[in-house]
Design a protein around this ligand. Sequence first.
Ligand code: IMP
Ligand code: MG
Length: 188
Amino acid sequence: MKRIILSEQEIEKICERIAHEIDEKIAKEDKIPLLVGVMKGAMNFMVTLMKYIKSPIYTDYIRISSYYGTTRTNNVRLVKDVSFDCTDRAVIIVEDIVDSGYSMKFLTEHIKLNGAKKIYVCALIDKAVAREVPVPVDFVGYTMNENRFVAGFGLDYNELERNVPYIYEVDEDNLHKLDDILKKDSAK
Ligand code: IMP
Ligand code: MG
């Protein structure tokens, strides 16, 4: 049994709502705003969100690495930078989940250095209880008030489960099953 945190339908509704909020927020921008998806976790969210945004936007992605299994490291590393020029442009960083906040702190500082005029943070899940450094989240899909590990819809457990179309809580039972799958793979 899986405890569903966000169903496919709920995710779809959230994306539609956030897209409207983004449209309103960027309506008066003179330069075309840039949507930057944080890979790989935000890839599913980015695609679903994008289709509901009506304003002209540019899209790009950035890749960082900061997480190993269910344990957090505050060690954020840039794996792939944005290819777009952010100068004088409003940039919306699209993230799957903001947890401790270290990744988002790094990303906002990095995008600021690239010359962005304004930076907005958009997260499908705000794990607010786990925050260690303050980061403002401008567009929030769902606020989690429990510090639990979740997977699905882009979010992974050791690279597994990104393809699951909904988000669920990875409990002990799920964890063992996933570990078995990983163990079998590495034994091959
Ligand atoms: P932070 O730097 O602690 O805020 O972590 C942010 C990153 O860790 C997110 O972009 C996710 O990729 C990953 N992460 C945090 N919590 C979870 C979770 O519950 N499931 C899967 N990935 C998570
Ligand atoms: Mg991520």
